[in-house]
Write a protein that binds this ligand. Structure first.
Ligand SMILES: Cc1ncc(COP(=O)(O)O)c(C=O)c1O
Length: 387
C-alpha cells in the first residue's frame, strides 16, 4: 500500500533498546518490562487499578467473569461493534442482546438500550465507537437504576474523556486494546481498569486464577501458589511490553495530531453528501480519542462507498469498514436470528460506512491526496449528470 490504512508509530530504532533488555535478561514473558509498562499505564490512567493483559478480547472475558453473572443472564451490546464485544458474552455462557446505535454519534443509543432492558439483563457492554465518548453520566444512571454492571469496550477509547474524566471513571470494568492498529500498540495486548475492590480478582483471573504470578515466585518469592478460581491465560509478555514502552511518552502528542488530522478531513470533505460522526451531547472535540475517522456516504449521494473504495484501490490507498454489523454474520444469524429491521440506524450507517487512513505519521500531502480523490469521485458524477 502506498498510503496504508494504519501504521504503528514504532520503528526498529525506537524499540531496539527495550527489546534488547527484554531478550537479554532471559525472562521474555511477564516480568520487569511489563511492570514498567504497567507503571506508565497507571500514570496515564490516573489509577493503580490496571492489569495488563494479552488482548482486549481477553480483558472482556475477564471483566465478564469478574461480574459474577449466571448462565443465561443477558448482556446488552451495540450492533455496530467488533465481534469481540459479542462473542465474549457467548463464550461466558451469557445471552448477548443487540441494541441499535444513535444515528448521529454511531454509539449505542441510550433509548435503544433502555428498550432492551429486561428482568434478565445484568450487564451492558458499551463501545465508545472510533473514540467518541458516550454520554457517560446518563449511561451510568441507566446502569445504576437497573442494577447492571457497566463494562466499557474501550478498544478505541484510550484517550477518550467525558466531563473532564477518563471514561474508566464511570465504569465497573474498562477494557483496552493494544492491537497493532490501536492508538497505543504492543502488537497484541490490552489492559483492564477496574475498581479497587475488583483489582486482585481481575489480576488473578488474568493468569489461571493464581494467587501469585510466576514472576513474583521466580524473583525470590515462595514457590507455593493457590488457584483461587478458574481463570484465563491472558498475561502480557515483556516482549510486547517492550514495544509499548516506545510510545508512552508520545501519547499526548499523537492524540493531538490525530485530532488535527480529523479536523483537516472534516474541513477538506465539507459540502459533500457524506455524514460524519457527531460528538455525544456534553462532549468536546478533545474528548474524542481520534482512533478512527469514519464517514458514511449518504443514501442517494450519487455514488456509493464501493465507488470510493475502487478509487482507493486503484491508487493503492488503504481503507477499512467499521463495522460489519454483528447481525450480518452468518454464524450469528443462524444462532440468534436477529431481525436486521430492528437496527435501522446501524443499517443506515453501514450501507455507506468507510474508514479513512488516520495515524500520527500520516502526512498532510497524503491526506490531501485522499481528500482530493474523494472530491474528484463526486465531481465526476456532477460532470456526468451535466453532460
Ligand atoms: C471495538 C473493539 N473491541 C474489541 C476489539 C478486540 O481487541 P483485541 O484485538 O485487542 O482483542 C477490537 C479490535 O479491533 C475492537 O475494535
Amino acid at each position: 500500500m502506498r498510503i496504508p490504512f494504519s501504521r504503528a508509530p514504532v520503528t526498529f530504532e525506537s524499540a531496539a533498546p527495550f527489546l534488547k533488555e527484554a531478550l537479554d535478561n532471559g525472562w521474555l514473558t511477564t516480568g520487569p518490562l511489563t511492570e514498567r509498562f504497567n507503571a506508565g499505564l497507571k500514570k496515564y490512567f490516573g489509577t493503580d487499578n490496571v492489569v495488563p493483559v494479552s488482548s482486549c478480547t481477553a480483558a472482556l472475558q475477564i471483566a465478564l467473569a469478574a461480574s459474577d453473572l449466571k448462565r443465561g443472564d443477558e448482556v446488552i451490546v451495540p450492533a455496530n461493534t467488533f465481534i469481540a464485544s459479542f462473542e465474549t458474552v457467548e463464550l461466558a455462557g451469557l445471552t448477548p442482546v443487540l441494541a441499535d446505535i444513535d444515528p448521529a454519534t454511531w454509539n449505542l443509543s441510550l433509548t435503544a438500550l433502555e428498550a432492551k432492558i429486561s428482568p434478565w439483563t445484568k450487564a451492558i457492554i458499551a463501545v465508545p465507537f472510533a473514540g467518541n465518548p458516550l454520554p457517560m453520566q446518563a449511561l451510568r444512571r441507566i446502569a445504576e437504576k437497573h442494577g447492571l454492571k457497566l463494562i466499557l469496550d474501550n478498544a478505541h477509547a484510550l484517550e477518550s474523556r467525558y466531563d473532564g474524566e477518563p471514561l474508566h471513571h464511570y465504569a465497573d470494568f474498562s477494557c483496552y486494546s493494544f492491537y497493532a492498529t490501536k492508538n497505543l500498540t504492543t502488537a497484541e495486548g490490552g489492559a483492564i481498569v477496574c475498581s479497587t475492590a475488583d483489582m486482585e480478582r481481575v489480576r488473578a483471573l488474568s493468569l489461571h486464577g493464581m494467587s501469585r504470578a510466576a514472576w513474583n515466585r521466580y524473583s525470590g518469592g515462595s514457590w507455593r501458589y493457590d488457584i483461587l478460581e478458574t481463570g484465563f491465560k491472558a498475561n502480557l509478555t515483556d516482549i510486547h511490553a517492550a514495544i509499548g514502552l516506545t510510545q508512552l511518552h508520545t501519547l499526548d502528542a499523537y492524540h493531538t495530531r490525530r485530532l488535527e488530522l480529523m479536523a483537516r478531513y472534516r474541513q477538506g470533505l465539507a459540502g459533500l453528501p457524506l455524514r460524519f460522526q457527531a460528538l455525544s451531547e456534553g462532549a468536546t472535540e478533545s474528548d474524542h480519542a481520534g482512533h478512527l475517522f469514519c464517514i458514511s456516504v449518504a443514501d442517494g449521494a450519487g455514488i456509493t462507498r464501493e465507488d470510493i473504495m475502487a478509487s482507493f484501490s486503484e491508487k493503492s490507498i488503504g481503507f477499512s469498514v467499521h463495522f460489519i454489523p454483528i447481525y450480518e454474520f452468518s454464524g450469528v444469524a443462524a444462532k440468534h436470528g436477529f431481525n436486521p429491521a430492528d437496527f435501522p440506524a446501524t443499517a443506515d450507517y453501514f450501507q455507506g460506512a468507510l474508514s479513512l487512513p488516520l495515524y500520527p505519521t500520516l502526512s498532510e500531502a497524503a491526506q490531501d491526496e485522499i481528500i482530493a480523490l474523494i472530491r474528484s469521485r463526486f465531481e465526476k458524477i456532477v460532470v456526468t449528470r451535466a453532460e
